[in-house]
Design a protein around this ligand. Structure first.
Ligand code: ATP
Ligand code: MG
Length: 412
């Protein structure tokens, strides 16, 4: 679990602000749900035989002996909230986004942590493949907007309760003939959750399943048509994608369209974002029979790709350096007034030498420095140094606030 420190946080804030801006233009509103839910919510939605539920959850009993779990993902809590607050009675379509920490007890490594952060979005109430294409286009738009290149949108369809059983049987048959080559986990769960084997990262399992039957050859007419239309709409709006028929995702609730945004630049942690359709989930969790689709991006992985320090830290517009108590007192008043009016102003509070003050201005990378000496103050004058042009001029203290504020662009 990491601290996110000044110097790093600027990139995080940039990624968050851009998500709010872009998701907003697609009609999404933010939803904030608790970090803790009843354990049962995740078992029922994510699935008992998934990695998350089998070994990654932070689960504990509270003082009333309720089993609670720190959320390992955002979709189940958002759907729980949607149902509990009967949001469908207010609007048959919900477009929601969230951001915040998630918790999984995993082996920490680059791009994989125990507290990590996701920015995610969900659309509830639309079955039409246009919304699949819209969600994917929004995701691609986001990556463009934040300047993360070197990603590929991979697409698959996992079918529906009508066609998945036949595919499962075909896959189980295939795996049965190769049990010796599979890892213990896969051997144990290939019957209850055969699709998971395709997602197993153990090299032996990968190799043994190269020739596995493809889910795309087993789609029913409805799922096949839906998948084709999604691709058609994506081509229509110019959102690039590739098909990856082996992508099964690590959560049981997915149906039809599933996708990942993958990169080659993060080693084995190659998924930066992932999601899919979950048409049965809302009903399974006790809500109305509404379809849903969504994704989650891993913010740590976005930050790794974007590069820390790519966003400029908060530099002061003005540093006030003062010589003597009287000048310091004047500088303090001027600084406070400028701050109230939206200018990022700083000073050396401890009344050090001019040299020390200028060193501090340098350290903070102040754009301008106003040097106020005692004699100058009496003459209502000061020296304004502009760092970029390394020029210095004498300016009058009369009307100084307006002068300094001129040309100031308001903070976003
Ligand atoms: P992976 O295959 O990398 O384990 P996942 O399939 O478990 O990913 P999802 O549950 O779909 O991931 O979560 C969506 C995104 O959240 C992932 O694509 C990834 O960017 C991020 N993510 C998931 N687990 C972690 C983690 N432990 N640390 C950091 N980011 C994570
Ligand atoms: Mg995982």
């Amino acid at each position: 679990m990491n601290d996110i420190l000044p110097g790093e946080i600027e990139t995080w804030q940039f990624l968050e602000v851009e998500a709010r801006r872009i998701f907003g233009t697609y009609g999404f509103s933010e939803i904030r749900v608790p970090l803790v839910e009843k354990t049962e919510l995740f078992c029922r939605s994510i699935g008992e035989t998934t990695d998350i539920v089998e070994k990654e959850m932070y689960t504990f009993n509270d003082k009333s002996d309720n089993s609670l779990t720190l959320r390992p993902e955002g979709t189940a809590p958002v759907i729980r909230s949607f149902i509990q607050n009967k949001l469908h009675t207010k609007d048959p379509v919900a477009k929601l986004y969230y951001m915040g920490p998630m918790f999984r007890y995993e082996r920490p490594q680059k791009g994989r942590y125990r507290q990590f952060h996701q920015i995610g979005a969900e659309v509830i109430g639309i079955e039409d493949p246009k919304i699949d294409a819209q969600v994917l286009t929004m995701l691609a738009h986001y990556f463009d907007a934040v300047g993360i290149k070197d990603v590929e949108l991979q697409l698959n369809s996992l079918g529906c309760p009508e066609c998945r059983p036949a595919y499962r049987e075909a896959l189980i048959g295939f795996l049965e003939a190769r049990l010796n080559a599979l890892c213990d986990d896969c051997r144990r769960r290939y019957r209850t959750n055969p699709l998971r084997v395709l997602d197993c990262k153990v090299p032996g399992c990968k190799e043994a399943t190269i020739e596995a039957p493809s889910v795309l050859d087993h789609l029913c007419v409805g799922c096949d048509e839906h998948f084709n239309k999604v691709q058609g709409y994506l081509r229509n709006v110019g959102t690039p994608f590739t098909i990856n028929a082996r992508m099964v995702r690590g959560l049981d609730y997915y149906t039809k369209t599933t996708f990942e945004m993958v990169t080659n630049s993060l080693g084995s942690q190659n998924a930066v974002a992932a999601g899919g359709r979950y048409d049965g989930l809302i009903k399974d969790l006790g809500g109305p029979p509404l379809p849903g689709i969504g994704f989650a991006m891993g913010v740590e992985r976005l930050v790794l790709m974007k590069g820390q320090g790519c966003v400029e830290p908060n530099r002061p517009d003005l540093f006030l350096a003062a010589l003597g108590d009287e000048a310091a007192c004047y500088a303090f008043g001027l600084m406070s007034s400028l701050q109230r009016r939206g200018l990022h102003a700083e000073m050396e509070y401890e009344g050090k030498s001019l040299k020390a003050q200028l060193r501090r201005a340098d350290k903070l990378q102040a754009r301008r420095v106003l040097i106020i000496g005692g004699d100058e103050l009496a003459r209502r004058e000061a020296q304004l140094r502009t760092m970029e042009s390394s020029s210095q001029e004498t300016i009058s203290l009369n009307g100084i606030e307006e002068f300094l504020l001129a040309g100031l662009t308001p903070a976003p």
